[in-house]
Design a protein around this ligand. Sequence first.
Ligand code: PLP
Length: 352
Amino acid sequence: MSTARENKLLDYRSDTVTRPTAGMLDAMMRADVGDDVYGEDPTVRQLEEATAAWFGMEAGLYCPSGTMTNQIAIKLHTQPGDEVVCDRLAHIYNYEGGGIAFNAGASVRLIDGDRGRMTAAQVAANLNPDDLHFPPSTLVALENTVNKGGGCCYPLAQMQEVAALCRQRGIACHLDGARVFNALVATGDDPKAYGQCFDTISVCFSKGLGAPVGSVLIGSAQALHKARRYRKVFGGGMRQAGYIAAGALYALHHQVDRLADDHRRAAQLAKALTGLEYVGEVYPAETNIVIFSLREGLAPADLLAYLRARGILASGFGPKHIRMVTHLDIDDVMLTQTLEALQAYAPQGVTL
Ligand SMILES: *Cc1c(COP(=O)(O)O)cnc(C)c1O
């Protein structure tokens, strides 16, 4: 079996780069499968039900990607010409290929939240009144943890306030929970409290949970019945998908608590970076994502190249920032090696 460890690459580009563990591969090989477009794959059904139950919701739908679960949710909650309210940093706005317009024909209202987190007051100020001049505001979408915000978590009360506002105004509320398990582990919140806030939640299994493929959209049975139709339209109906769903199910049962290790390592990384002279700003590391900038005049590309030459991969994140993500395939030995390389970096041509 080939793992990142054997490849000797210390890959911090994303928590999507993990390979299945031996236990996960074994569960996948032994999966009980059927044709899921006919609703006959027992493993997929088990995954959908288990994910929904985790958050106290009625039903689930297994999809190939988190982009698809988000896009199906947006399609579910809007009509062409409607407006979606989200933060400027939102994945649904920045990283889904313009899908809000392409798939749902909706426009977007962007809010400048606190590292991607919107308050109820900010949302309220950006909901259009019922006036024929304005696009109808029909969906508010939150993200937790916020990827571009450095993996920060919403306080539960803040999500509840946004949810209460949406309910009061008859507007749907969706959570992009690509890393919702990181938020749950970091905060200790009750997942059922999250389930009560939202009409739909998208949960990714191919991020920190370490499964190779897939996301589950959860919500009411009625919403998910319609979502199943949209999944087919989007080309996401899969046949013996139980083989990959088994990886996700294994992750749900065995790889949730270990996210705390990723969080501890990210905090160690952020702390070490904060002490380095060539580093500018370091975002607070609440979960498994570390975002930092370099001191004025230093090029992120130079540090990235230096790290790459030592078998350490990180991502440029916008023109000024670098993102490093801890995950299942980064252990303490690898982290120590990374901290040593970062400490030894001496930028050329600049007096610090
Ligand atoms: C990764 C991610 C997604 C979904 O990405 P896919 O690659 O399509 O699975 C959605 N939202 C956030 C915040 C993400 O980080």
